[in-house]
Design a binder for this molecule. Structure first.
Ligand code: AP5
Ligand code: MG
Length: 200
């Protein structure tokens, strides 16, 4: 299996690049942000609970996110692999993911960290906010999301570096150029592990 984590601050292009990775490598895309927003749109009890965090730009508690992610992952255990987008975001989540995969005889293959300067992130998210309808794409909430990223999520870089799994990509370029660099990182991993990607 090919299990990729796409890592980066809000607005770095995780969702945009995941769509392209899924097309090329035939993986299942699991975005915790998308899953939680779906619950909010459907006004489920879970959706109502998580809204109070998402609308403030805060992280949803680990136990809620982990439960949702496990449920969705277990539905696709026969797939060629996963791309985890916006997850993990805390050390607790990263350790739990490692443990969950280990129980299934799997592991994270590669972590792709997309780096983008803060000014550009802010610009992209403000631009998207004009028509995204995302309740957290407003000026003050974007600032909070970037702060929360630095405080709670950045420490994961050291966690995955220690595991020797980090591939750092400069995300300050047009979408296709960034995807070219990500593809090369994935292909290098596949070649060095003698894995033939599943293509439909
Ligand atoms: P989540 O949905 O994960 O949002 P995020 O991390 O804040 O990131 P975004 O989705 O805003 O950005 P992205 O990196 O996907 O970039 P995108 O491709 O969209 O999380 C939302 C909330 O849910 C969190 O704040 C938290 O409350 C909760 N949550 C989610 N997961 C959680 C977890 N694991 N634990 C706890 N809580 C969790 O691109 C952004 C914009 O830039 C777009 O307009 C795009 O067109 C544009 N763009 C993309 N690439 C480029 C490029 N190369 N050049 C120019 N523009 C570009
Ligand atoms: Mg996203």
């Amino acid at each position: 299996m090919l299990n990729i984590v796409i890592f980066g601050p809000p607005g770095s292009g995780k969702g945009t690049q995941s769509t392209k990775i899924v097309e090329k490598y035939n993986l299942i895309h699991l975005s915790t942000g998308d899953l939680l927003r779906e619950e909010m749109e459907n006004e489920t009890p879970l959706g109502k609970e998580v809204r109070q965090y998402i609308d403030k730009g805060l992280l949803v508690p680990d136990e809620i996110v982990l439960k949702e992610l496990y449920m969705r992952t277990s539905e696709h255990m026969d797939s060629p692999g996963f791309i985890f987008d916006g997850f993990p975001r805390t050390i607790v989540q990263a350790e739990s993911l490692d443990e969950m995969l280990r129980k299934e005889g799997m592991s994270i293959s590669l972590v792709i960290s997309v780096e983008v300067e803060e000014e550009e992130l802010h610009k992209r998210l403000m631009g998207r906010g004009e028509d995204s309808g995302r309740s957290d794409d407003s000026d003050d909430i974007i600032i909070r999301r970037l702060e929360v990223y630095k405080e709670q999520t950045l420490p994961l870089i050291a966690y995955y570096k220690k595991q020797g799994k980090m591939a750092t990509i400069n995300g300050m370029a047009p979408v296709d150029q960034v995807f070219g660099k990500i593809s090369r990182a994935i292909d290098t991993y596949l070649e060095s592990h003698k894995i033939i990607p599943v293509v439909e």
